[in-house]
Design a protein around this ligand. Structure first.
Ligand code: MN3
Length: 210
Protein backbone atom coordinates (compact mmCIF):
# COMPACT_ATOMS: atom_id res chain seq x y z
CA UNK A 1 0.00 0.00 0.00
CA UNK A 2 3.06 2.27 -0.03
CA UNK A 3 2.63 4.98 -2.65
CA UNK A 4 4.56 8.07 -3.66
CA UNK A 5 4.00 11.07 -5.95
CA UNK A 6 2.58 11.13 -8.56
CA UNK A 7 -0.45 9.54 -6.94
CA UNK A 8 -2.99 7.49 -8.81
CA UNK A 9 -6.40 6.28 -7.77
CA UNK A 10 -6.16 2.74 -6.38
CA UNK A 11 -8.61 0.58 -8.33
CA UNK A 12 -11.57 -0.69 -6.34
CA UNK A 13 -10.70 -4.30 -5.38
CA UNK A 14 -14.21 -5.59 -6.30
CA UNK A 15 -17.11 -4.64 -8.55
CA UNK A 16 -19.13 -1.50 -7.76
CA UNK A 17 -22.16 -3.58 -6.84
CA UNK A 18 -20.21 -6.30 -4.99
CA UNK A 19 -21.22 -5.05 -1.54
CA UNK A 20 -24.94 -4.64 -2.24
CA UNK A 21 -27.30 -4.44 -0.51
CA UNK A 22 -25.13 -3.08 2.29
CA UNK A 23 -23.33 -0.51 0.15
CA UNK A 24 -25.06 0.32 -3.12
CA UNK A 25 -23.47 0.66 -6.54
CA UNK A 26 -24.23 4.38 -6.91
CA UNK A 27 -22.62 5.27 -3.59
CA UNK A 28 -19.60 3.15 -4.43
CA UNK A 29 -19.21 4.81 -7.83
CA UNK A 30 -19.41 8.39 -6.56
CA UNK A 31 -17.36 7.64 -3.49
CA UNK A 32 -14.47 5.89 -5.22
CA UNK A 33 -14.42 7.47 -8.68
CA UNK A 34 -15.28 11.06 -7.74
CA UNK A 35 -14.45 11.73 -4.10
CA UNK A 36 -11.23 9.74 -3.88
CA UNK A 37 -10.13 10.89 -7.34
CA UNK A 38 -10.49 14.47 -6.09
CA UNK A 39 -8.31 13.81 -3.02
CA UNK A 40 -5.75 12.18 -5.32
CA UNK A 41 -5.72 15.10 -7.78
CA UNK A 42 -5.54 17.68 -5.00
CA UNK A 43 -2.70 15.84 -3.29
CA UNK A 44 -0.72 15.88 -6.54
CA UNK A 45 -1.46 19.60 -6.98
CA UNK A 46 -0.29 20.35 -3.44
CA UNK A 47 2.96 18.46 -4.05
CA UNK A 48 3.65 19.67 -7.62
CA UNK A 49 5.87 22.53 -6.44
CA UNK A 50 7.64 20.80 -3.53
CA UNK A 51 9.78 18.20 -5.34
CA UNK A 52 11.71 17.35 -2.16
CA UNK A 53 8.59 15.44 -1.04
CA UNK A 54 8.03 13.47 -4.23
CA UNK A 55 10.02 10.51 -2.89
CA UNK A 56 8.16 10.51 0.45
CA UNK A 57 5.61 7.76 0.91
CA UNK A 58 2.03 8.64 1.74
CA UNK A 59 2.61 7.25 5.24
CA UNK A 60 5.74 9.35 5.77
CA UNK A 61 3.91 12.53 4.73
CA UNK A 62 1.19 11.74 7.27
CA UNK A 63 3.56 10.80 10.08
CA UNK A 64 5.68 13.96 9.79
CA UNK A 65 3.41 16.88 8.91
CA UNK A 66 5.71 19.27 10.81
CA UNK A 67 8.37 18.80 8.12
CA UNK A 68 6.08 19.95 5.33
CA UNK A 69 6.19 23.69 4.46
CA UNK A 70 3.28 25.61 5.93
CA UNK A 71 2.19 26.85 2.52
CA UNK A 72 1.09 23.31 1.54
CA UNK A 73 0.86 21.54 4.91
CA UNK A 74 -2.93 21.61 5.30
CA UNK A 75 -3.56 20.65 1.69
CA UNK A 76 -1.13 17.74 1.98
CA UNK A 77 -2.52 16.59 5.32
CA UNK A 78 -6.15 16.69 4.18
CA UNK A 79 -5.65 15.12 0.78
CA UNK A 80 -2.97 12.58 1.73
CA UNK A 81 -5.33 11.59 4.55
CA UNK A 82 -8.16 11.34 2.04
CA UNK A 83 -6.12 8.97 -0.12
CA UNK A 84 -4.75 6.87 2.76
CA UNK A 85 -8.06 6.54 4.60
CA UNK A 86 -10.03 5.50 1.54
CA UNK A 87 -7.40 2.98 0.41
CA UNK A 88 -7.67 1.36 3.83
CA UNK A 89 -11.47 1.60 3.88
CA UNK A 90 -12.07 0.02 0.47
CA UNK A 91 -9.40 -2.63 1.07
CA UNK A 92 -11.11 -3.62 4.34
CA UNK A 93 -14.40 -4.73 2.82
CA UNK A 94 -15.46 -7.71 0.73
CA UNK A 95 -18.63 -9.60 -0.11
CA UNK A 96 -19.49 -12.53 2.18
CA UNK A 97 -16.68 -12.10 4.70
CA UNK A 98 -16.20 -14.16 7.83
CA UNK A 99 -18.47 -12.36 10.33
CA UNK A 100 -15.88 -11.98 13.11
CA UNK A 101 -12.12 -12.07 13.62
CA UNK A 102 -10.46 -15.39 14.39
CA UNK A 103 -7.10 -16.52 15.71
CA UNK A 104 -4.89 -14.24 17.80
CA UNK A 105 -6.94 -11.16 16.96
CA UNK A 106 -10.14 -12.79 18.28
CA UNK A 107 -8.32 -13.57 21.50
CA UNK A 108 -6.92 -10.04 21.80
CA UNK A 109 -10.38 -8.53 21.14
CA UNK A 110 -11.85 -10.64 23.96
CA UNK A 111 -9.05 -9.60 26.30
CA UNK A 112 -9.33 -5.89 25.46
CA UNK A 113 -13.09 -5.45 25.11
CA UNK A 114 -14.77 -8.43 26.83
CA UNK A 115 -16.03 -10.02 23.65
CA UNK A 116 -16.62 -9.25 19.98
CA UNK A 117 -20.14 -7.93 20.65
CA UNK A 118 -18.74 -5.42 23.14
CA UNK A 119 -16.09 -4.38 20.65
CA UNK A 120 -18.72 -3.80 17.97
CA UNK A 121 -20.88 -1.74 20.33
CA UNK A 122 -17.91 0.46 21.28
CA UNK A 123 -16.74 0.87 17.71
CA UNK A 124 -20.28 1.74 16.58
CA UNK A 125 -20.59 4.29 19.40
CA UNK A 126 -17.28 5.89 18.41
CA UNK A 127 -18.43 6.12 14.78
CA UNK A 128 -21.82 7.54 15.76
CA UNK A 129 -20.09 10.03 18.04
CA UNK A 130 -18.07 11.67 15.27
CA UNK A 131 -19.54 15.17 14.99
CA UNK A 132 -19.82 16.08 11.32
CA UNK A 133 -17.38 14.33 9.01
CA UNK A 134 -14.67 11.93 10.05
CA UNK A 135 -13.57 8.39 10.73
CA UNK A 136 -13.67 5.73 13.43
CA UNK A 137 -10.59 3.54 13.82
CA UNK A 138 -9.57 0.22 15.25
CA UNK A 139 -5.85 0.48 15.96
CA UNK A 140 -2.93 -1.27 17.57
CA UNK A 141 -1.01 0.85 20.07
CA UNK A 142 2.57 -0.36 20.61
CA UNK A 143 2.18 -0.41 24.41
CA UNK A 144 -1.56 -0.27 25.14
CA UNK A 145 -2.72 -2.86 22.62
CA UNK A 146 -6.04 -2.62 20.79
CA UNK A 147 -7.84 0.73 20.87
CA UNK A 148 -10.80 2.46 19.25
CA UNK A 149 -10.26 6.05 18.11
CA UNK A 150 -12.10 8.70 16.11
CA UNK A 151 -10.70 11.49 13.94
CA UNK A 152 -12.35 14.53 12.31
CA UNK A 153 -12.22 15.35 8.59
CA UNK A 154 -9.61 13.28 6.73
CA UNK A 155 -7.20 13.09 9.66
CA UNK A 156 -5.45 9.73 9.99
CA UNK A 157 -4.02 8.11 13.11
CA UNK A 158 -0.47 7.72 11.76
CA UNK A 159 0.89 10.80 13.56
CA UNK A 160 -0.35 9.29 16.86
CA UNK A 161 2.15 6.45 16.67
CA UNK A 162 -0.48 3.71 16.30
CA UNK A 163 -1.04 1.19 13.52
CA UNK A 164 -4.42 1.27 11.79
CA UNK A 165 -6.18 -2.09 11.53
CA UNK A 166 -9.58 -0.93 10.27
CA UNK A 167 -11.37 2.36 9.58
CA UNK A 168 -14.92 3.33 8.73
CA UNK A 169 -15.82 6.45 6.79
CA UNK A 170 -18.66 8.39 8.42
CA UNK A 171 -18.67 11.35 6.04
CA UNK A 172 -22.21 11.70 4.67
CA UNK A 173 -20.90 10.98 1.16
CA UNK A 174 -20.22 7.41 2.34
CA UNK A 175 -23.90 6.68 2.99
CA UNK A 176 -26.27 9.53 2.13
CA UNK A 177 -27.56 8.21 -1.23
CA UNK A 178 -28.77 4.98 0.32
CA UNK A 179 -29.23 5.78 4.01
CA UNK A 180 -29.81 9.57 3.97
CA UNK A 181 -29.11 10.74 7.55
CA UNK A 182 -29.29 7.24 9.12
CA UNK A 183 -25.65 6.77 10.03
CA UNK A 184 -26.53 4.03 12.53
CA UNK A 185 -28.20 1.91 9.83
CA UNK A 186 -25.20 2.40 7.55
CA UNK A 187 -22.85 1.25 10.32
CA UNK A 188 -24.94 -1.79 11.20
CA UNK A 189 -24.88 -2.85 7.56
CA UNK A 190 -21.21 -1.99 7.06
CA UNK A 191 -20.28 -4.59 9.69
CA UNK A 192 -21.61 -7.30 7.30
CA UNK A 193 -18.94 -6.48 4.72
CA UNK A 194 -15.87 -5.97 6.94
CA UNK A 195 -13.07 -8.26 5.77
CA UNK A 196 -11.89 -9.59 9.14
CA UNK A 197 -9.26 -11.76 7.52
CA UNK A 198 -7.58 -8.60 6.18
CA UNK A 199 -7.80 -6.99 9.61
CA UNK A 200 -6.18 -10.08 11.12
CA UNK A 201 -3.40 -9.97 8.52
CA UNK A 202 -2.61 -6.37 9.48
CA UNK A 203 -2.67 -7.29 13.16
CA UNK A 204 -0.18 -10.13 12.61
CA UNK A 205 2.05 -7.94 10.46
CA UNK A 206 2.16 -5.05 12.95
CA UNK A 207 2.81 -7.36 15.89
CA UNK A 208 5.67 -8.99 14.01
CA UNK A 209 7.17 -5.51 13.43
CA UNK A 210 6.82 -4.46 17.09
MN1 MN3 B 1 -15.16 9.09 1.91
Amino acid sequence: MSKTYKYELTPLPYAYDALEPYIDRATMGFHHDRHVQTYTDNLNKALDNVPQFHSWSLEKLLKHPEEIPESVRNAVRNNAGGVFNHDLFFASMRPNPRPAPGGDLAKAVDESFGDFGEFKAKFRAAALGVFGSGWAWFVLHPKDGLKILATPNQDTVLHLGVQPLLAVDVWEHAYYLNYQNRRADYLDNWFWVVDWEKVEERYREFRAQA
